[in-house]
Design a binder for this molecule. Structure first.
Ligand code: FES
Length: 167
């Protein structure tokens, strides 16, 4: 697949993103930030039991302050993981989750890893509990609200430029 095909698939995915938005009755939520670019992605997951009594992912939704690639990967990934068990979903790498789009260039691999990490955060109990906290914040219920209200879970670094020493 060449780069134009990839761009077209990403363009198609973000033109009509699937499973975007907050999920009110989610069983779990995971939020991560990318150390590489500072973008953020939150994923909500709802489980159900399949005919064999296995716990499977009913559906997943996402919100992101990420690039087009992250939106496109999250869109296809949320479709891919529906119906999978937690173990099956956890076994998928960012590359697996982005597979419907085709191979990503090296500089965009971290965008798929942002999606992978948000999914892992939502699916692993130890990270799911604290990650559920933002939903409890009464005045900031969405990722967008939180970022605008300054209650987003990412660390903020304040850079103060000092004036040059006077001669
Ligand atoms: Fe940040 Fe793609 S550049 S997620």
């Amino acid at each position: 697949m060449n780069n134009e095909d990839l761009q077209q698939r990403i363009h198609d995915a973000i033109a009509n993103p699937k499973n975007i938005g907050e999920m009110d009755n989610a069983d779990s939520v995971g939020t991560v930030g990318s150390a590489e670019c500072g973008d953020m992605l939150r994923m909500w997951v709802k489980f159900k039991e399949d005919a064999q009594g296995r716990k499977i992912i009913d559906r997943a939704t996402f919100q992101t302050f990420g690039c087009e690639t992250a939106i496109a990967v999250a869109s296809v990934a949320t479709e891919l993981i529906a119906g999978k068990t937690v173990a099956e979903a956890l076994s998928m790498s960012g590359t697996d989750l982005a597979a419907p789009l085709g191979a990503l260039p090296p500089m965009k691999i971290h965008c798929a890893q942002l999606v992978e990490n948000a999914l892992r955060s939502a699916l692993t109990p130890q990270s799911a509990a604290p990650q559920a906290a933002p939903v409890q914040a009464p005045q900031a219920t969405t990722l967008f609200d939180q970022l605008h209200s300054g209650t987003a879970p990412e660390k903020k670094v304040k850079v103060v430029l000092k004036p040059p020493p006077s001669a």
